[in-house]
Design a protein around this ligand. Structure first.
Ligand SMILES: Cc1cc2nc3c(=O)[nH]c(=O)nc-3n(C[C@H](O)[C@H](O)[C@H](O)COP(=O)(O)O)c2cc1C
Length: 231
């Protein structure tokens, strides 16, 4: 099982540590890749909309994005981590997610996504974990990933060393439970009804859509008919 961790910060604090614990419960370290933001991607979307209309390869940041996309595509499990910054994910995580808008279900989702699983990880000193995890899980859902687990909690600390042992134990237990469920479903993840309904609506819309790049993609894949990426 290949695991990719995308860390929404460069430093190895509480959030990174939990993401790493999660990954190590899933597989051995040779199968874990890690990216750090902004170290590995430091661009903001400039709003040209080239990715949507002309193709992702025409994004001004396509060269920097390519190795990240390759790692995403090669992974079985994606772990997205971000500490809570003013109730949301870090700016650098959001900036990366913005660069994948073209891969949303409403545009050109990659069929490999429908076989993956994801975990979103977040910590806060006190509040904001729920909205921060949602920032990341929204992209996972709209990329087509059928199952995203949430592993987040307030840690009442600003670094991992100061997190109380009891809190660490409970995080460890939760990660253990998630790992078991991911391993059980590996290779046979059930696509939820929410994805199926959304996909059906898009399949009807792409028959006469507004964006040629999207329409051609859906028609070529056979998704405007009865073909589905999870079959
Ligand atoms: C810019 C900034 C904004 C933050 N905003 C919040 C917040 O809205 N709510 C909160 O409870 N903690 C907030 N924190 C605290 C961190 O979320 C918390 O300490 C977290 O566990 C740090 O994770 P890390 O060790 O992975 O960096 C903020 C910290 C920073 C640096």
């Amino acid at each position: 099982m290949k695991v990719l961790i995308i860390n929404g910060t460069n430093h190895k604090g509480s959030t990174y540590s939990i993401g790493r614990i999660m990954a190590e419960k899933l597989t051995n370290s040779e199968n874990i890749s890690e990216l750090f933001l902004p170290r590995d991607f430091d661009e903001f979307c400039c709003g040209c909309t080239n990715c949507f209309v002309k193709g992702a390869e025409t994004c001004p940041h396509a060269d920097k994005l390519k190795p990240i996309t390759e790692l995403i595509d090669a992974s079985d499990v994606l772990i997205l981590t971000s500490p809570v910054y003013v109730y949301h994910c870090t700016g650098q995580m959001k900036a990366l997610l913005d660069h994948y808008g073209w891969r949303w279900l409403s545009h050109r989702p990659n069929e490999g996504m429908f076989r993956k699983q994801a975990v979103v990880v977040s910590t806060a000193a006190g509040a904001g974990v729920k909205s921060t995890m949602k920032d990341m899980s929204d992209s996972c859902f709209f990329w087509g990933i059928p199952k995203t687990y949430k592993l987040g909690r307030p840690v009442a600390a600003v670094d991992w060393q100061s997190v109380k042992p009891k809190i660490k134990e409970s995080i460890n237990a939760k990660a253990e439970g998630i790992a078991k469920r991911i391993q059980k479903s590996q290779g046979k993840v059930r696509v939820p009804i929410k994805t199926k309904v959304f996909f059906k609506i898009m399949s009807l819309m792409q028959r006469n859509g507004w964006n040629n790049a999207d329409m051609e993609y859906w028609k070529e894949k056979g998704w405007t008919g009865s073909k589905r990426p999870w079959k």
